[in-house]
Design a protein around this ligand. Structure first.
Ligand SMILES: [Zn+2]
Length: 55
């Protein structure tokens, strides 16, 4: 299961969550593990996920 690093804009901390690709593609951001805020952004730099987009 790929790990995604998120950055919390409220407490200014990074946290890592494990999401399935399906969950991630649903656009379902997790809540901050520190403060429970949903004001988080994905740090894609650390996520090594290769997706083959079919259009
Ligand atoms: Zn937070």
């Amino acid at each position: 299961m790929p790990a995604y690093t998120y950055y919390c804009n409220d407490c200014k901390k990074e946290f890592t969550v494990y999401l399935t690709m399906t969950e991630h593609e649903k656009g379902n951001p997790p809540v901050c593990t520190e403060c429970g805020s949903k004001n988080v952004v994905a740090e894609l730099s650390s996520a090594t996920v290769i997706t083959s987009k079919k259009s």
